[in-house]
Design a protein around this ligand. Structure first.
Ligand code: HEM
Length: 148
């Protein structure tokens, strides 16, 4: 099960990497239409959530330390933030079809920053999953006793 955990964490990392690629595909598609971001949409709304949930499930079944299981939830939490950024940006702009004002653009830009944070979280999950599988995890190390 530890191997399955590592494989799923690796696939999650790769899916997030691909998501950056699909963002550029959408941005350069000409003429821009509703399908331009189709791959980005499917990967973001289906593939990444699915892989995130399976990774957490595999971590739990592999009896990973609680802190590591918690860490596997980070990419999914950040994905919710990704969607919220779009929702808030649209509300501030007065609707998805309205012209984006400065305030809306400032919010939308956070989608790229949060994407980097998500990538970092997925990398950390993969690193820790590999350490756990090879018995080198420090996440279940006992906490040092408080100095009195
Ligand atoms: C961790 C990486 C990323 C994730 C998980 C992610 C996720 C998402 C999701 C879930 C949506 C909503 C799709 C929908 O409503 O159907 C979306 C839309 C969008 N994302 Fe990302 N995204 C990521 C990175 C990026 C980057 C790096 C950019 C560009 C710099 C970008 C640009 C966009 C744009 C322009 C849309 C709106 C597309 C449209 O109008 O249909 N995303 N993203």
């Amino acid at each position: 099960m530890r191997r399955v955990f590592v494989v799923l964490a690796g696939l999650l990392f790769l899916a997030i990497l691909a998501q950056f690629y699909f963002a550029a595909v959408g941005a350069f598609d000409r003429p821009r239409d509703d399908d331009s971001f189709a791959l980005h949409s499917i990967t973001g709304m289906v593939l990444i959530p699915l892989l995130s949930i399976l990774t957490t499930l595999a971590a739990a079944l592999a009896r990973a330390p609680g802190r590591l299981i918690g860490l596997t939830l980070a990419p999914l939490g950040l994905l919710v933030v990704q969607v919220l950024i779009i929702v808030v940006g649209n509300v501030i702009s007065g609707g998805a079809d309205e012209e984006t004002g400065l305030a809306g653009l400032v919010v939308f830009g956070l989608h790229a920053v949060n994407a980097l944070v998500m990538m970092g979280a997925a990398a950390a999950v993969l690193r820790q999953a590999r350490a756990f599988a090879t018995g080198k995890s420090t996440m279940d190390a006992p906490q040092p006793a408080p100095v009195v």
